[in-house]
Design a protein around this ligand. Structure first.
Ligand code: NOJ
Ligand code: CA
Length: 534
């Protein structure tokens, strides 16, 4: 039996503003992505997830959608999208869109209607409430971007709720019209052949019906963002969200019979593991992959990391397929978090754990966070809470392709600065260096294709001393060992008896480490894949 494409495959996240500009305006676009499909196919990924491309006032760079069924002119046209989809499919690459169902732009015609009067039929499509009895916002909920999550609308004399910017009013998912409209939007893109969606803030979709105050967060310190003052107890992760997720899944599953394999739903969910697991669905399917972001803030010590992985594996409901993420457009890059040497080890971890990996564009080059001068800040989150280090621009900078002007990203100055080391750290340069981060990614991705144990194989942690994380991947007769030295000291791994005849298949360093006397000597910051000698 072969596994579905989304279990054995690797997803590559593209932030479209920063991947490739094709028309010299300094902003990446769809024809740019199409131009780089050859790169992605050669890299060896299976699917791309493209962050929002819909018409948008860009208050939150596309996460404020004003038309769900079109393409923003900055990114191209619907025809450009169809071209991208056709060419991706011709290369065997799947395409996932970013679905933003929690909120629209305040410029979306639905909201324009909704705010026009209390009697408008779309009034109930959003979350309108009267002021608190003594005046002021209806409750204490805080926007994720800081400040009250309620915005006063003078003309109609009520507040509306926005979990993010005031330009991003939250939809009322308790309204059947909203649900039907959103299902219609999914079908619109599924009919055109998209292979699935990443669902933005899935755990936010429904709020406690009576809008009680959120309790204070006992762990809050002033170093945190303002949203962390409260626990989002009543504003997120409500029991009814699972009905919504099941409804979205039913929509995607309508397309199973139409061919091209299953359409995939990935939920963006930041929750503790036990609560995350419920998004797989209980009694009926939820999303295929509730996003697992634990590696982004994972402990760096081997035993603690092993415990995290074991706890996640153990928590998975029967039949649920795991997934792992090292970085995305909202969080610091892995090379900045761990440093370049350990970022290589982390790449091996991501691509050899059991479960679908998602790779963030640029991480395959070891790109780090780019400092953004104050006068070039773009991210509304940074602009609203300046100096808190909450800005996401540093992880959204242009992809450096080569050492020509503007790194081959554009013929014009890019919308965000390039990484300072772009003349050396770029795709062309790393393609020519066998020891580069890019070459390592290509080797790892190629190994996944030749060794099914690495993709769909079973997983078991192995005993290890010191700062080594070691595990076995096994499929049929094939048994592989992954051994990762998470520190800068050499480490010795005693191999289990069955593995004494192993040889190194792949190292994160330039040359292979031999196995001697039933042990593997790992060099500082080295990760190794071992295979049994036939
Ligand atoms: C999560 C997205 O990843 C983030 O970039 C965005 O700002 C918020 N959702 C609001 O849509
Ligand atoms: Ca452009």
């Amino acid at each position: 039996m072969t596994a579905p494409w989304w279990q054995s495959g690797v997803i590559y996240q593209i932030y479209p503003r920063s991947f490739q500009d094709s028309n010299g305006d300094g902003i990446g676009d769809l024809p740019g992505i199409t131009r780089r499909l050859g790169y992605l196919a050669e890299l060896g990924v299976d699917a791309i997830w493209v962050a929002p491309i819909y018409p948008s006032p860009m208050a939150d760079f596309g996460y404020d959608v004003s038309d769900y069924c079109d393409v923003d002119l900055r990114f191209g046209t619907r025809t450009d999208f169809e071209d991208l989809l056709a060419q991706a499919h011709a290369r065997g690459l799947k395409v996932l869109l970013d679905f933003v169902p929690n909120h629209t732009s305040d410029q979306h015609p639905w909201f324009v209607e909704s705010r026009s009067s209390r009697r408008n039929p779309k009034r109930d499509w959003y979350l309108w409430r009267d002021p608190a009895p003594g005046g002021g916002p209806p409750n204490n909920w805080i926007s994720d971007f800081g400040g009250s999550a309620w915005e006063w609308d003078e003309a109609s004399g009520q507040y509306y709720y926005h979990a993010f910017l005031k330009q991003q009013p939250d939809l009322n998912w308790r309204n059947p019209g909203v649900q039907a409209a959103m299902h219609g939007i999914m079908r619109f893109w599924l009919d055109r052949g998209v292979d699935g969606f990443r669902i933005d803030v899935l755990w936010h979709l429904i709020k406690a019906a009576d809008f009680p105050d959120n309790p204070p967060n006992p762990a809050y310190t002033s170093a945190l963002g303002e949203m962390d003052r409260l626990l989002q107890l009543h504003s997120t992760d409500q029991p009814e969200v699972h009905d919504i997720a099941a409804g979205l899944r039913a929509c995607a599953d309508e397309y199973r019979r139409v061919g091209q394999g299953e359409r995939l739903l990935i939920g963006e969910i930041y929750l503790p593991v036990e609560r995350l697991m419920r998004y797989y669905g209980e009694g009926r399917p939820g999303v295929h992959l509730p996003g697992n972001f634990q590696l982004i803030a994972a402990p760096r010590q081997a035993r603690a990391l092993a415990a995290l992985i074991a706890a996640y594996e153990a928590a998975l409901p029967p039949g649920a397929w795991p997934n792992w993420v090292l970085g995305n457009h909202d969080r610091p890059r892995v090379a900045t978090r761990l440093g370049e040497n350990q970022a290589r080890v982390a790449a091996m971890l991501l691509l050899t754990l059991r479960g679908t990996p998602t790779l963030y564009y640029g991480d395959e080059l070891g790109l780090s966070d780019v400092p953004i001068p104050a006068d070039r800040v773009q991210d509304p989150r940074e602009l609203r809470q300046y100096g808190k280090g909450l800005g996401r621009d540093p992880v959204r900078t242009p992809m450096p392709w080569d050492d020509s002007a503007h790194a081959g990203f554009s013929t014009a100055p890019p919308w965000l600065p390039l990484n300072a080391d772009w003349p050396a750290r770029n795709v062309e340069r790393q393609s020519a260096e066998p020891g580069s981060m890019l070459a390592l990614h290509r080797r790892l991705l190629a190994a996944r294709r030749t060794h099914p144990a690495l993709t769909i194989g079973d997983f078991a942690l192995l005993d290890a001393e010191g700062n080594i994380l070691a595990y076995e991947r096994r499929h049929g007769a094939e048994r592989l060992i992954v051994a990762l030295n998470l520190g800068a000291q050499p480490q010795r791994l005693e191999l289990p008896d069955w593995a004494h005849d192993c040889r190194s298949l792949l190292s994160t360093l330039a040359d292979l480490t031999p196995v001697r006397d039933g042990a593997l000597l790992l060099r500082p910051n080295e990760g190794v894949i071992l295979t049994l000698v036939d």
